[in-house]
Design a protein around this ligand. Sequence first.
Ligand code: HEM
Length: 413
Amino acid sequence: MTKGAHVPHSRTDTDIFTASAGYADPKRWHEEVTSLRQEAPVVEITGTGIDRLWAVLRAEELLEVERQSELFISGEGCNTAQALAMSSPGYAGAPMKTLVEMDGAEHQGHRLVVNKWFLPGSIRRLDDAITARAQEAISIMESHGGECDFAQDVALHYPLKVIMTLFGVPDEDVGLMLGLTQALMEAQEPEAGPQAQAAMLEFFTYFNDLAAQRRAKPTDDLASLIANAEIDGEPVGDLGVFGLYLVVATAGHDTTSGAVAGGLEALIDHPDELDKLRADPGLIEGATEEIIRWVSPVKHFMRTATADYTLAGAEVSAGDRLLLSYPSANRDETYFEDPLRFDVTRADADRQVAFGFGRHFCLGAHLARMEVTRFYELLVPRLAHVEATGPCVHLASPMVSGPAHQPIRYTLT
Ligand code: HEM
């Protein structure tokens, strides 16, 4: 839609989209962004250090950008930290690329290696394994005896253990994997120090060993599939293999942890909604969509325009950056009925855009949905009581954020 339409657009120098701090207070963030969004669907953000940056705040425009992957590319910086690093004078180029920063044939070749494995039919094979991991997470809650930091003690480990199951690596490696994925997140920040770089190297060594093992003795796990894959008849190569391991390990971890923990926060804040799920656990699958809409754990990805384009009245020029704000689009009042209400029976929840759209559509969307659903199917019928015993502290990150500390008291039957 909107090519040439005369919709007003505005400009803001509030750094709530690119700076980390704003995301630590999601309620306030949403208040500020809601008023911006109601002014204009696409807003120019100044003062960030990135030349000409637009925030895309509504769902239709976000989809319009994502749908046109040749016009709006990922390879010139797929997030704001990367764009800033790229524009700094000493930038020496990225040592490697993962799916999220690839375009065109390169993206397609790498995506095809793993795409089939993550389709709903394949993911259904993992149902028992995921249910077992969800059960393990509930057992951790039991072992804490009625009080825990849900984000740290439960939600952080569950999706990571699912990923480890996918890769076929042993549970003993959980501490190592956790440390490395977290260090890697830090490594992506422009101010990352040598420690983060060292973690990256350690990760490379770990995954390189894994690939060597799976080449020597292939199994039916995801690690084997990637290690032995070919693109256009050629082996993927060490960096390509590492990139695929890395993107699955990192993209599949704190995103889903954020959804699980943010889901519990929403249910605690809206006890009537929790009661609805208790009364009818059949609602949980639909509630998963609402939880993911509400939490939107991925805060943004970015695209670069390759040609001039009018987006909802905003005159975007070739070379401009567009920040796709998933949490904002998921509260879009022109797209959802009463979007500021958390409603586990919401009829339009499956229109949520938290997984993006188009060629980069989240590879793990079906897996993530299954993880959230299985967890709450096991938890809700047993959760006689739950309350917050302190403030829920959210991670300050402009990329992926959710509850980091979440003290709760609960009774499991
Ligand atoms: C609730 C949990 C999750 C959310 C909200 C989420 C969200 C996203 C978003 C917004 C994108 C970018 C989409 C775009 O640019 O159009 C993405 C890409 C991706 N996600 Fe997820 N994700 C989640 C869970 C997972 C899981 C569990 C995995 C893997 C096991 C995963 C793997 C990936 C990969 C590999 C990509 C890159 C795809 C590409 O560029 O082709 N994600 N995800």
